[in-house]
Ligand binder design. Structure first.
Ligand SMILES: Cc1ncc(C[n+]2csc(CCOP(=O)(O)OP(=O)(O)O)c2C)c(N)n1
Ligand SMILES: [Mg+2]
Length: 881
């Protein structure tokens, strides 16, 4: 004991004389000495004791008026709560969340009053990801700031009311002047904030943006950290030294159903993970009320005890009396009991947590913004449903609490001092003091100091000039007999665009470790791979032409094996037109199988955010990607793409189609400022790319979804067919056209570049016609194009049969659809196309079958063809085998 005391006293002396840094160095030296001299190995510990990271001594003083800020916070609390309660009174079951914002109010208010900059002195700004279901708090503040009228608040979650309402969660699609980041799908905010912070450094390092010190803030939930996307990329942030990134995790110890870690401690768990990953971690556990208790805890008894108690038990303290708290937490040791004997049960139960204490939160944020060399994580301990009292404070049901009875409203009102008389309480009216009240004036002044309001979304860039036609022309000519895959065509076009004097620098190629798969390695050398530190090693292939060149101003984002990370970069680049006023044009190319089905939710978020750019599903097509089999062969991404409303999806067959689609895409997105983005599938089968046929409407057809590529030369034939091909299967269709000739069938071949566009257009016409019964009906594009055709209709693609079937009702006659329903196989292309019944011979069979059904030919001819073509009629159905 005595010995320990002596050591501690010596350390205190060093602390007093040399400060914490000197003391820290000394401790490190001591531990090194112990290890070297006597092999003393201190057990590894990733956590620090269960107390605040910033000690009272290091704590920055609070710069504002605490009293004024408390009153403002109370007003925000009240209106946020009232918004949800009123909405649910008006429409039972409309939902909304009270307790999340209630627990996070201090975390937000300190940030709004002192940190979040809408504009910095240098003209930059902070980027803020708000926790999705804390939205009522942000609306409430905007109401007090005079940015949202009461009528809008009235229609929270009822956006279709006259005059509009407020969306449940942050949705830039629905509130394009307000929200920037859709964060409510848990995990997407965290990963996006990391890649966004990195993308800002990329823009700076490439000279597209001046370095002005804007920060990326993300306010997150402790339960949200269970999502793999939340934690999956945290080492990128530390590796890239993203000191422009600050995460604030509201550790209210609860998620939706109950405790996040009832039997553990989420703050300690997260601290260990993030410290291990190289982040600067600041714990804000205890409020100022605890300062003297912890300062007097000379032997660390109290902090040790605080570290033993599980989160489930802490949650119990939130709902229990002070007496229970005293007994259960301090009662384990008489020395602990003595430490709190000067406090009444009432005082004990009111000891504030760090996340509810503006002084502690302010000190943490200040330290976070000043930290250099690493991202910062603030872990703030709070109580979920803070202030709701009996209505749900700290209770397991609190997440879903949407209604407060009159008693509960009265209590809430009184606790936060809102001047609403009892008689009016029942309806939970909104309350906003006059513009010239001290509260409103204070909050306006604070925002003025910080450059304006947040959140606010606007388009900060000017449209680009039209891109030179010259980049695209070569593709109209085709490859003159040489074989090229559509991927090669795309890469060639990309290389040309990268050289463009105007837009070249704006192109952002993004690849999740597949550049060689797509034949893009030449770009490594042409534009370099982005690395914030340049290239610190001599690459093994230095002596080759296409060596692996990393550079500080490298243009390619080579993300490694992370589609989630890559799409996050895509989103950052594709929204820079609005977030940063820079028209970066992302091209994200990936294994098409690992797009929609792997990261569909992030693509959905991209759509919501009005992201612009091109997604390229490489190695596409269930039978075109040979050899790989069930896991890799994509036959459904175009079906999934149907679900994204503002996404245009194309399955081009030819070089000129790709050129026209990309040219038009750049025009629509970056010249015309349309909130759309593109998906193109490209395959790796080398094929002779034909020249663009002459004729009217080819360009229009490519963009709208279909055009006649090759009409039959036979004019005399009685038997006729219209064949629809897409992607690589187009070449099977062209073969079938020739084969059918032998059966006396004259077949025209159409290239269907986009079933999705045709479907969308036809639906649009149909709907309009239904709503305007007396007007001349609109005719869908597909119907117009097929109006004058003759013969049976047969479609074949490398995607599911449902894709062509989606437009069959607007075709003049029944459609036979061939497609690749089922699991892929490891095989060569010819065998796969035979297996899935999408090769030329099956297209012939389908055509003859359709003709027989129409009684144009006898069924025995079909039988004969089955034999001649070598088709086994008893083969297993690929869709279910
Ligand atoms: C991907 C996803 N899964 C489920 C949900 C539904 N959900 C909304 S909030 C929530 C609990 C959130 O807990 P936490 O992150 O701790 O936030 P708190 O409200 O406690 O601050 C859940 C499961 C969701 N929004 N997103
Ligand atoms: Mg929580």
């Amino acid at each position: 004991m005595l010995e320990t005391r002596e050591w501690l006293d010596s350390l205190d002396y060093v602390l007093a004389r040399g400060g914490p840094e000197r003391a820290g160095r000394l401790l490190q030296q001591l531990s090194l000495h112990a290890r070297r001299a006597a092999g003393v190995n201190l057990p590894f510990t990733a956590t620090t004791p269960y107390q605040n990271t910033i000690s009272v001594r290091q704590q920055a003083p609070f710069p504002g008026s605490q009293e004024m800020e408390r009153r403002i916070k109370s007003l925000v609390r009240w209106n946020a709560m009232a918004m949800v309660v009123r909405a649910n009174k008006m429409e039972n079951g409309i939902g909304g969340h009270i307790s999340t914002y209630a627990s996070a109010a201090t975390l937000y208010e300190v940030a709004f009053n002192h940190f979040l900059r809408a504009r910095t002195e240098n003209g930059d700004r902070d980027i803020v990801y708000f926790q999705g279901h804390a939205a009522p708090g942000m609306y409430s503040r905007a109401f007090l700031e005079g940015r949202l009228p009461k009528e809008k608040l009235e229609n929270f979650r009822r956006e279709l009311k006259a005059g509009g309402g407020l969306s449940s969660y942050p949705h830039p699609w629905l509130m394009p002047d307000f929200w920037e980041f859709p964060t409510v799908s848990m995990g997407l905010g965290p990963i996006q904030s990391i890649y966004h912070a990195r993308f800002i450094k990329y823009l700076e390092n490439r000279g597209l943006k001046t370095t002005t010190g804007g920060k990326v803030w993300a306010f997150l939930g402790d339960g949200e950290m269970d999502e793999p996307e939340s934690l999956g990329s945290i080492t990128l942030a530390s590796r890239e030294k993203l000191d422009n990134l600050i995460w604030v995790i509201n550790c209210n110890l609860q998620r939706l159903d109950g405790p996040v870690r009832g039997n553990g401690k989420i703050i300690q768990e997260l601290e260990a993970i993030f410290r291990g990953a190289g982040w600067n971690v600041i714990k804000v556990i205890w409020g100022c009320d605890w300062d003297s208790l912890i300062l007097n805890d000379r032997d660390g008894l109290l902090v040790k005890r605080l570290g033993e108690v599980s989160d489930g038990q802490y949650q119990k303290y939130f709902v229990e009396s002070g007496a229970y708290f005293r007994q259960n937490l301090f009662g384990t040791d008489p020395r602990l009991l003595r430490m709190v004997e000067h406090l009444s049960d009432e005082q004990l139960s009111r000891l504030r947590l760090g996340g509810h204490d503006p002084i502690k939160v302010h000190a943490a944020y200040k330290s976070a913004v000043e930290h250099t060399g690493a991202p910062t994580l603030v872990l703030a301990k709070t109580i979920k449903g803070y202030g709701l009292g009996e209505a749900g404070e700290g209770k397991n049901i609190t997440h879903q609490q949407k209604k407060l009875n009159d008693d509960e409203l009265r209590m809430f009102r009184s606790r936060f001092g809102i001047p609403i008389p009892d008689a009016e309480l029942h309806d939970a009216p909104f309350y906003r003091p006059a513009d010239d009240s001290p509260e409103i004036r204070y909050m306006q002044e604070r925002r003025k100091q910080l450059g304006g309001y947040l959140p606010e979304r606007k388009v900060r860039s000017k449209p680009i000039k039209a891109v030179s036609e010259s980049h695209f022309e070569e593709f109209y000519k085709g490859t003159e007999g040489r074989e090229a895959s559509t991927t090669m065509v795309f890469v060639r076009l990309l290389a040309k665009l990268l050289r463009d004097p105007e837009i070249g620098k704006l192109i952002v190629p993004i690849i999740p470790d597949e550049a060689r798969t797509f034949g893009m390695e030449a770009l490594f050398r042409q534009v370099g791979i982005y690395s914030s530190v340049g290239q610190l090693y001599e690459p093994v292939d230095m002596d080759t032409l296409l060596y692996y060149k990393e550079a500080k101003d490298g243009q390619i984002l080579e993300e490694g094996i992370t589609e989630a990370g890559s799409i996050s970069s895509f989103i950052a680049a594709g929204t820079a037109y609005s977030n940063h006023g820079i028209n970066t044009i992302p091209f994200f190319i990936y294994y098409s199988m690992f797009g929609f089905q792997r990261i569909g939710d992030l693509i959905w978020a991209a759509a919501d955010m009005r992201t612009r750019g091109f997604l390229l599903g490489g190695t596409a097509g269930r039978t075109t990607l040979a050899g790989e089999g069930l896991q890799h062969q994509d036959g459904h991404s175009h079906v999934l793409a149907l679900s994204v409303p503002n996404l245009l999806a194309y399955d081009p067959a030819f070089a000129f189609e790709i050129a026209i689609i990309i040219q038009e895409g750049i025009r629509r997105m970056y010249v015309d400022n349309q909130s759309i983005f593109y998906y193109l599938t490209v395959g790796n089968e080398p094929l002779p790319m034909p020249a663009m046929p002459d004729g009217d409407g080819i360009r229009e057809g490519i963009l709208k979804g279909m055009y006649r590529f090759k009409a039959s030369q036979r004019t005399d034939a009685k038997l006729r067919a219209q064949l629809f091909g897409s992607g690589a299967i187009m070449f099977e269709v062209l073969k079938a056209q020739e084969l059918l000739d032998k059966y006396g069938v004259a077949a025209d071949v159409w290239s269907v570049t986009s079933y999705k566009e045709l479907y969308r257009d036809a639906n649009d016409c149909e709907r309009w016609n239904m709503l305007h019964p007396s007007d001349p009906p609109k005719v869908p594009f597909v119907t117009q194009r097929l109006k004058e055709t003759q013969g049976v209709l047969v479609a074949a693609s490398d995607y599911m049969k449902v894709l062509p079937e989606s437009i069959s009702q607007w075709m003049p006659r029944p459609l036979v659809s061939l497609g690749t329903d089922g699991f892929g196989r490891s095989e060569g292309r010819a065998s796969l196309r035979d297996f899935f019944e999408v090769d030329a011979k099956h297209i012939v069979l389908a055509t003859l079958h359709a003709l027989a059904k129409e009684k144009k030919i006898e069924s025995k001819i079909v039988n004969q063809a089955i034999e001649e073509l070598g088709i086994n009629p008893e083969k297993a159905n690929p869709a279910i085998s």
